[in-house]
Design a protein around this ligand. Structure first.
Ligand code: PSU
Ligand code: MN
Length: 300
């Protein structure tokens, strides 16, 4: 743990976990480093301490200094680590960026309660053939962390992913909406059962869960990208079709699928999907800071 994060936890100040795969593998260089720094600033502006999580030279780090952040953003040999990769990475002394599953695990183990990302992984289209379901889902069924996201990536099978979240017992609420957000799009069109309207309301849900005890599972807060900043839905659908076809043709599989599709969309929408992605992440990070602050205040 970085000195700053350790002190903040000790003094009971709010902390927000941030993942690093979005920096290393989800955003183009060199913009990714600027964004990584900006996201940390946003957490601070919201009254919380940022804890970007990654593995550096075989050590899991909760809170990176600027050297660590720069390395994750700039070094092309940085690996993508899901939670199942953590142990071999530590044993091998490797350096890697953590996905939602690895970040949520490490954050929860460190006692952090709130985590912000862009879009969660989930059930991929054609799952019946590829069996590609992000490890994010099963891990989120095992840790009691609150994850602020813009839904799941729209490259996925969203209804199937929502069904898996239900089966796994992961609580899903919409922030200011009764629709599950669609990552690049403000709405996926799918309904959610619960709507919350303020950070304080999210904090009340968190406290109710603590009081209930019982099996741990994540609380997913679906925070839509503002309507004015979403990707044009027609453009989204058209380019995504092309991207899925390209992935199939090139035989892209496993961990490479998500970064491939995100990059394909960025290139073939002339950066418009990147702007929507960034707007979503920024909103999530700011909301997560306010939730972490409300959670601290509510438990004081
Ligand atoms: N959100 C983004 N960009 C990303 C990701 C999330 O806006 O790159 C990353 C997260 O780290 C998530 C991962 O855990 O994509 C999912 O990858 P996979 O489908 O291989 O599990
Ligand atoms: Mn996958």
């Amino acid at each position: 743990m970085s000195e700053e994060v350790r002190e903040a936890l000790h003094e009971g100040r709010p902390v927000v976990a941030l993942e690093s795969t979005i920096i290393a593998h989800g955003l183009p260089r060199p913009r990714n480093l600027t964004v990584a720094r900006e996201l940390e600033e946003r957490v601070r502006a919201g009254g919380a301490v940022p804890a970007t999580i990654a593995v550096l030279d075989g050590t899991a780090r909760i809170g990176l200094d600027d050297t660590g952040l720069t390395r994750i953003a700039e070094d092309p040999s940085v690996r993508k680590l899901g939670h199942r990769d953590l142990a071999p990475a530590l044993a091998a002394g490797a350096t890697g960026a953590t996905t939602v599953s690895a970040t949520a695990w490490l954050a929860d183990a460190a006692g952090l309660r709130v985590f912000a990302t862009g879009g969660l992984g989930g059930v991929h289209r054609e799952w019946t053939v590829t069996q590609d379901e992000s490890a994010d889902l099963r891990l989120l069924a095992q840790v009691g962390i609150t994850v602020v996201c813009a839904g799941v990536k729209s490259i996925l099978d969203v209804p199937a992913t929502l069904q898996r979240l239900e089966t796994l017992g992961v609580t899903v609420v919409g922030y200011g909406t009764d629709r599950f957000p669609g990552f690049y799009l403000s709405s996926s069109g799918e309904p959610v059962d619960w709507t919350v309207r303020s950070p304080e309301e999210v904090a009340r849900v968190m406290r109710a869960r603590d009081a209930l005890g019982g099996p741990r599972a994540a609380l997913v807060v679906g925070n839509p990208v503002p309507a004015g900043r979403q990707l044009d839905p027609a453009l989204h659908d058209r380019v995504l079709e092309q991207g899925l076809a390209a992935a199939r043709e090139k035989g892209v599989a496993g961990q490479a699928v998500t970064p491939f599709l995100l990059e394909f969309l960025t290139t073939h929408t002339e950066g418009a999907s990147l702007e929507a992605n960034l707007a979503a992440v920024r909103g999530n990070v700011s909301l997560a800071a306010r939730i972490a602050a409300a959670d601290r205040a509510g438990r004081a």
